[in-house]
Design a binder for this molecule. Sequence first.
Ligand code: 2IT
Length: 447
Amino acid sequence: MKTQEIMARLQAKYPLEKEYLQAVQEVLESIEDVYNQHPEFEKAKIVERMVEPDRIFTFRVTWIDDKGEVQTNLGYRIQFNSAIGPYKGGLRFHKAVTPSMLKFLGFEQTFKNALTTLPMGGAKGGSDFDPVGKSNDEIMRFCQAFMLELWNCIGPDQDIPAGDVGVGGREIGYLYGMYKKLARQYNTGVLTGKGGTWGGSILRPEATGFGALYFTQHLLQKAGKDIKGKKVALSGFGNVAWGAATKATELGAKVVAISGPDGVCHIPEGITKEMIDYMLEMRASNRNKVEDMATKFPGKALFTAGKKAWSIPVDIALPCAFQNELSEDDAKELKANGCWCCCEVSNMGCQPGAIHFFQNNGILFAPGKAVNAGGVATSGLEMTQNAEHISWDAKEVDDKLHFIMKSIHEQCVKFGTQPDGHVDYVKGANIAGFMKVAQAMLEQGTI
Ligand code: 2IT
């Protein structure tokens, strides 16, 4: 395989799909050497097949807002790869959603799901619907209209969506209610992230953030360090940031910054339980403003407009919001302020220049597809409970999540340890995920 030739072909074919091209480039660069040691992959054209989604559904979603006006959005479901199991991945509702964004997310999801040790293929979906400023009724009407098209593409053994940016427990509830009505199927396993009384797994809401901190602990342990007493900056204040703030605080770290599209809140004394609880209200309000934290906790959370979480001096940076949210300049600012570790919790949260800067300057870095895989892994555990018609208790789910994150870290170390002994977590995660999917594709023939 010649990475440059494949990238040139994809660039010519999809010139505007920059997030998709970025995600593919990162994976191909990582796997090139290993791939070239396997002529059977080349013969079966594994890479050429793997970079294209199995299929893409695109649909119009029309709904009526609170003023009685007709609104039209676009909806998508991208079924990327089913080599190791049924399609699995979240739904993103955000005004900037495009096919490129969902293709990058579906591509990443395929390798991430392979890392979880569970049998799940990769998918992603969503809409350019903007939840900011929408009422609860509008959210419900939109979710129902979205499911009017989606229901026919999904199923507990075919494709199992979940949440992502803009889609949490409330939205999954509205989507599931409408799915049952349309499909007349009552198998709870069709969606994950459900409520606790109707098939949801305990700890699924916390799982992405908790898993990220378990991974971070393993990474620090391997580097001979400890999270206790360390200062942490995280971006966002949604579900992922909430779980990460909870577990980081529980493990003895001090979360001193959270951020939003409007700016950053510096919390010099460290985030408190009351503040973490308030993050949930901020998310549910659909205002999308981190300044609300400073208004609620004056003198404790200090808001600065237009600044990112990466401007606050910390030991550890945890991007928890959106792709490409941490640039090379941000990486330089973090280092200048003493930061020595960045675990990417958002999908592709760091720009390529930032990753290279971290790696070339001795800053510990691990990519989202390893760090944040605890979310989808716990979705996999939710599917198992649904299939068995039982619910596990918190300890059982947490123990399994722990085990999975430990295993993901081990896979990164196995495939990412370099001749000088240091671990390249980007290579490790990409090669480990790729090998599993590639092998499965090979064994299932040319399809
Ligand atoms: O990016 C992700 O892994 C998710 N949004 C969770 C997907 C899932 O199916 O739980």
